[in-house]
Design a protein around this ligand. Structure first.
Ligand SMILES: Cc1cc2nc3c(=O)[nH]c(=O)nc-3n(C[C@H](O)[C@H](O)[C@H](O)COP(=O)(O)OP(=O)(O)OC[C@H]3O[C@@H](n4cnc5c(N)ncnc54)[C@H](O)[C@@H]3O)c2cc1C
Length: 487
């Protein structure tokens, strides 16, 4: 495998990149069994693409930019949104069974803040259908070597030159010498106590990249979903916005419809309203009694499995960390500031989402960026593999329960200077030994520097947007040392 491109992560982004590289040989590493532990598998609502007769790339781009609260990179939006029709053709070509209308054309759903019907879906299990066809194709592709149960622990980078990676497998340590690595490691929701993300989504790819000297961007922007099922399970099952689109409404513990008809408000506004009720000691429910179980078979099944019947009783919900807009800063080819190190999907900061994500744009980003990175890799020669520099003897023991608690308390829906400073102080001792602590520290630092509220980032001590902050933030590992020296 030495001297081949390596992809880390087997969600929609990693699998698509491996397929787009074919017939070029590629190694695909994933932490668990192939396809398991991915957010991609859990995606419900659908994938956004301008494929409707009344739609256009320009209209989809305009909605994306409006949602991004002044921080979208317009060239990136254009590039990724323009790939939407290709992404749907690619998935249909692999056999994806998306919902169709009476004439056999794709049935396009409408979601909040989309001006047109453009959500391609497969009932409320779109991610599972996309993963089904991607996994099938990857298993059949002779060019793809899959290594399951391999956790990448460190990138080998010296003087900003990428030499390979170190991973841990059940058989022991493994290293691969390569000058092309594509990180497709997903999101960061697992850093929070309440999340809809798989437990392993702790941003390990961002920490690997940061320790290798790569620049991260906009990492303070975390989208909190207002309606995760409050049934005591961890992670929390998601109740899609589409359920409110079909008439479900928020109720407080006394049955009051506190959103007053604005139940489909943007996610950040709805999440803050729900969080305010919990902060006051109350509880929030979603009344979905008027919603047909036929539209949401997955949601009804998961509620009933937890002893709640949405047809007859309100469903308890609370906000949860759901999606990371920020990530590893990448250029138009999805290459990071370390040459040869690429990032795609949720792990990347392409500039598509800005300060807030338009619903269903993330599966699109995963598929579109996978193709861009694969094209960039395919067009380059590999350097001759060299012997890897010795791995630092780091014990990456994770202080995860404590980190999740402090992130939820201080880096959640409402942030302020004191809470963020407390978080950084609490995390500082763990940074050397914990990738999760490193990433959470960098996120808290970015959130502390952004002294305004914008998109999904809300500072109770700076509740308005400030024109001076209408720009991207960047994060680099050297900030930690600089802060320590200043302290
Ligand atoms: C419940 C839920 C519903 C959603 N619904 C939608 C939706 O309807 N539409 C939409 O557009 N988006 C949706 N999203 C978001 C979307 O699913 C994700 O943004 C997208 O699937 C991310 O894909 P990915 O390939 O980047 O990462 P993932 O699918 O999360 O895959 C990450 C992979 O990286 C591996 N990995 C991580 N770290 C390491 C490591 N160190 N070493 C080895 N392997 C590693 C993991 O094991 C996994 O294989 C939803 C998300 C959730 C959680």
């Amino acid at each position: 495998m030495n001297g081949q491109p390596v992809i880390v992560g087997a969600g929609a982004a990693g699998l698509t990149a491996a397929l787009c590289l074919a017939p070029r040989p590629v190694t695909l590493l994933c932490h668990g069994a192939l396809g398991a532990g991915t957010a991609s598998f859990w995606a419900q609502g659908g994938i956004a693409a301008a494929v409707g007769v009344e739609d256009s790339v320009a209209l989809h781009a305009a909605d994306t930019i409006a949602a991004g609260a002044g921080l979208c990179d317009e060239a990136a939006v254009e590039r990724i949104v323009a790939s939407g029709p290709w992404a749907i053709e690619f998935l249909l070509g692999l056999g994806a069974a998306f919902a169709t209308g009476p004439q056999g054309a794709l049935a396009l759903g409408l979601e909040a803040a989309h001006g047109r019907r453009r959500i391609v879906h497969a009932a409320d299990a779109t991610g599972a259908e996309i993963m089904r066809v991607l996994l099938q194709a990857v298993r059949r592709a002779p060019s793809i070597t899959v290594i399951e149960h391999a956790q990448v622990r460190q990138l080998a980078v010296r003087d900003n030159i990428l030499h390979g990676l170190h991973a841990m497998t059940p058989q022991g340590a493994m290293q691969i010498a390569t000058s092309q690595i594509i990180l497709a490691t997903g999101g960061i929701g697992g850093l929070f106590a309440h999340t809809t993300n798989p437990r392993g989504a702790t941003g390990s790819g961002l920490a690997l990249a940061a320790r290798a000297g790569a620049v991260l961007r906009d990492i303070e922007f975390v989208q909190f979903h207002p309606t995760a099922l409050a049934c005591g399970s961890d992670p929390m099952p998601l109740i899609s916005e589409a359920v409110r689109g079909e008439g479900a409404v928020f109720l407080d513990q006394s049955g009051h419809a506190f959103m007053q008809g604005n139940d489909l408000a943007p996610r950040d506004i709805a999440a803050r309203a729900v969080a305010a009720i919990y902060a006051g000691g109350g509880q929030v429910f979603l009344d979905a009694r008027r919603v047909s179980p036929d539209h949401f078979p997955g949601m009804f099944a998961v509620c009933r499995a937890n002893g709640i019947d949405p047809a007859t009783q309100p469903v308890p919900v609370r906000p949860a960390a759901h999606y990371h807009m920020g990530g590893i800063a990448v250029d138009a080819q999805c290459e990071s500031s370390v040459p040869g190190l690429f990032a795609i999907g949720e792990a990347a900061s392409t500039g598509l989402h800005g300060a807030n994500r338009l619903a269903s744009n993330s599966l699109l980003e995963a598929i579109a960026t996978a193709r861009l990175a694969a094209q960039a890799c395919a067009g380059r020669a590999q350097r001759n593999p060299v012997e890897l520099p010795a791995r630092r003897p780091v014990n990456r023991s994770e202080a995860l329960p404590g980190i999740r608690k402090t992130c939820s308390e201080n880096l959640g829906i409402l942030r302020d200077a004191q809470g963020l400073a407390r978080t950084m102080a609490e995390l500082r001792p763990d940074i050397e030994n914990s990738d999760a602590a490193l990433l959470a520290w960098l996120m808290a630092h970015a959130a502390a520097r952004r002294r305004e509220s914008r998109g999904a980032h809300f500072r109770s001590d700076f509740p308005a947007a400030q024109p001076a902050f209408a720009q991207h933030s960047t994060s680099h590992i050297s900030e930690i040392q600089a802060m320590s020296l200043a302290a």
